[in-house]
Design a protein around this ligand. Structure first.
Ligand code: COS
Length: 380
């Protein structure tokens, strides 16, 4: 067993760290306050190859492994989780889904633009009445011969207004239940497609989350992904990898907050000494560090499973469950270590605490991860 990163992994991690510090840190507080999408920064992420890291170079991607991807996700998330969710959705839901299950024409037409940041992608599964219960799709895609007619509403869509291409899950044959669901590529400027209101969120406020309406949108048949009825499996398989990305995001939020708390505790004095010299603070740091290391091992194991062709449904779900819980606990403690300053925006930890919560909710709540984990261990 080798826990060492390769030189290439270290290079990628350091490049992401430098980018986050130089490009994302300036303005991160203001973007959070104003709910401003990091447009320029995302453009640069595309130019530097952070938006299509695992995609094949044939389609403009970086051809990197999942370990590289989670290392970069952690570094970006330490500073700006709003930017890292854009990166995560584009890499692991949209690019990976298209490359793995899309047709040659779909990859040529869409993937090549998505990997470079020329275009941005969104993944549209959730609906007003179908988040966790993903088989209950109300959005319909009616087969009309050479095209489908799409009708319905999607909710809480990351990159909702910033995306150019949307992967949309919809029900084609209701009587076949989940076996009648399909996935489609929809372009933003198609008639009948409308971006709904932007959500005013607790955290990741720089990312733009919208509802979307589809009113008789005509989708050519060649834009269906995979065989008729493959849509639910497509969503599940894609989300399994997406969960590794969100686990890495949670890990980054936790380690970002921990580093801030550790540094602060070495400077702030109380009762005649730096507060890190008080056991009350030192023990908090010990717990934070231990849990972060445990989360890192789970995230790396899930990434390694994916890179080595193993099933990663279980390891990805465990990584997301544990890393998101760690992110919540560590960020709350980081605010506590900062005392009154922790409650103030300038110190960053309150934002990280707000950002952490979503990692227990999106791409499958913690309760959904427990369903996946318990089913897997019980049917082993
Ligand atoms: N990979 C491939 N196929 C999968 C799969 C996976 N990871 N998970 C489930 N499936 C398949 C099953 O094999 C089954 O297919 P068959 O009928 O051909 O055997 C089908 O999907 C339905 O599975 P199941 O009966 O387990 O469905 P459930 O309704 O019980 O739901 C959960 C399963 C809860 C795991 C699923 O609905 C889920 O992940 N929900 C959360 C969705 C989510 O993440 N929402 C957030 C939106 S994205 S921000």
């Amino acid at each position: 067993m080798d826990f060492k990163l390769t030189e290439e992994h270290i290079m990628i991690r350091d490049a992401a760290r430098d980018f986050a510090k130089s490009e994302l840190l300036p303005g991160v507080i203001e973007r959070d306050e104003k709910q401003e999408f990091p447009k320029e920064q995302v453009k640069k992420m595309g130019e530097l190859g952070f938006l299509g890291m695992m995609a094949s170079p044939e389609y403009g991607g970086g051809g990197m492994d999942t370990v590289s991807y989670v290392l970069a996700m952690e570094e970006i998330s330490k500073i700006d989780a709003s930017a890292s969710v854009v990166m995560s959705v584009n890499n692991s839901l949209v690019c990976w889904g298209l490359e793995t299950f899309g047709s040659a024409e779909q990859k040529q037409k869409y993937l090549s633009k998505l990997t470079t940041g020329e275009a941005l992608g969104a993944f549209c599964l959730s609906e007003p009445e179908a988040g966790s219960d993903a088989t209950s799709q109300k959005t319909t895609a009616i087969d009309q011969g050479d095209h489908y007619i799409l009708n319905g509403t999607k909710n809480w869509i990351t990159n909702g207004n910033s995306a150019d291409f949307y992967i949309v899950i919809a029900q084609t044959h209701r009587e076949k239940k989940h076996k009648g669901i399909n996935a489609f590529i929809v372009e933003k400027d198609w008639e009948g497609f409308e971006v709904g209101p932007k959500e005013n969120k607790l955290g990741i406020r720089g990312s733009d989350t919208h509802s979307l309406n589809f009113n008789d949108v005509k989708v050519p048949k060649e834009n269906r992904i995979g065989e008729d009825g493959f849509g639910f499996k497509f969503a599940m398989k894609t989300l399994s990898g997406g969960r590794i990305g969100i686990a890495a995001q949670a890990l980054g939020i936790a380690s970002g907050a921990y580093e801030l708390a550790k540094n602060y505790s070495k400077q702030r004095k109380a009762f005649g000494t730096e507060i890190c010299n008080h056991q009350a603070i030192a023990f908090k740091l010990a717990d934070m560090h231990t849990n972060i290391e445990a989360a890192r091992h789970l995230v790396m194991k899930a990434a390694w499973d994916k890179d080595n062709g193993n099933n990663y449904d279980l390891s990805g779900a465990m990584a997301k469950l544990f890393a998101s819980k760690t992110a919540m606990e560590v960020t709350v403690e980081a605010v506590q270590v900062h005392g009154g300053n922790g409650y103030v925006k300038e110190y960053h930890v309150e934002r990280l605490m707000r950002d952490a919560k979503i990692t227990q909710i999106y791409e499958g709540t913690s309760e959904i991860q427990k369903i996946v984990i318990s089913r897997s261990v019980l049917h082993d």
